[in-house]
Design a protein around this ligand. Structure first.
Ligand code: 13P
Length: 251
């Protein structure tokens, strides 16, 4: 199978009010023409619609950062998958480590959210990744298998509705990254694990690397086997650095 087109996704986390977010989106889309990769920005829920409107008819897609698994109901402060889609998003990040570890989100919950996202036609970006203690204990690959097994739905997972993001928890926002060999080992393991569950469809699922990806290290990271893009936090808050990461894709 030919290499997958890379996806460069920005996770803005809890940053940006409407004016700055729309300006950032416009600055990215103004120079997105000719990018060899697909581009996606994931603003906070409050400005999803404004950013989606600013990016309508551009090559930059929009995603949410989370959704609740229920269709509707008494869940104060949450947003449903349908609400994320209704605001203009095509993607939604699920199971980010800041939710798994900060808010105790379990694999089962991430799976239920993924089912909800698929149910309304959103592409789920399912995040997995080991903590530093798990890596030090030599448990990285086991943790990734367990998170994949627990977080992905039993049926209906395909390359058109699912992206997997490998984000080592200790690499997020720290300036530290795994070695290229460690990234390759993790991504190859994820592809193999997906293959055991999904057969040939596993080859169509994009696997993103996330964790301190910057313009300076993006080229080598994006060239690693089975790395089909990046999920970028800090460096996605500046149009120039986000686009420089996309430009580092040599494929
Ligand atoms: P940083 O790029 O800031 O390390 O964040 C990565 C991340 O968590 C993306 O979801």
């Amino acid at each position: 199978m030919a290499a997958l087109k890379k996806l460069i996704a920005g996770n803005w986390k809890m940053n940006m009010l409407a004016t700055d977010g729309v300006a950032l989106a416009r600055a990215i889309s103004a120079k997105a023409n000719g990018a060899s990769c697909d581009l996606l920005v994931c603003p906070p829920a409050t400005i999803l619609r404004s950013v989606a409107e600013a990016l309508a008819d551009t090559d930059v897609a929009v995603g949410g950062q989370d959704c609740h698994e229920a269709e509707s109901g008494a869940f104060t402060g949450d947003v449903s998958a349908a609400m994320v889609g209704d605001a203009g998003a095509s993607h939604v990040i699920l199971g980010h480590s800041e939710r798994r570890h900060g808010l105790d989100e379990s694999d089962a919950r991430v799976r239920a959210k993924t089912v909800a996202a698929h149910g309304v036609g959103l592409i789920a970006i399912v995040c997995i990744g080991e903590t530093e203690a798990e890596r030090d204990a030599g448990r990285t690959l086991d943790v990734l298998s367990a998170q994949l097994g627990g977080s992905l739905p039993d049926s209906g997972v395909s390359g058109t509705n699912t992206v997997v993001a490998y984000e080592p928890v200790w690499a997020i926002g720290t300036g530290r990254t795994p070695t290229l060999e460690e990234v390759e080992a993790a991504h190859t393991h994820i592809r193999t694990t997906l293959g055991a569950a999904l057969g040939g469809e596993a080859a169509a699922i994009r696997l993103l690397y996330g964790g301190s990806m910057k313009p300076e290290n993006a080229g080598p990271l994006l060239a690693v086997a089975n790395v089909d893009g990046g999920l970028i936090g800090g460096a996605s808050l500046d149009a120039e650095s986000f686009l420089a990461i996309a430009a580092a894709d040599a494929s």
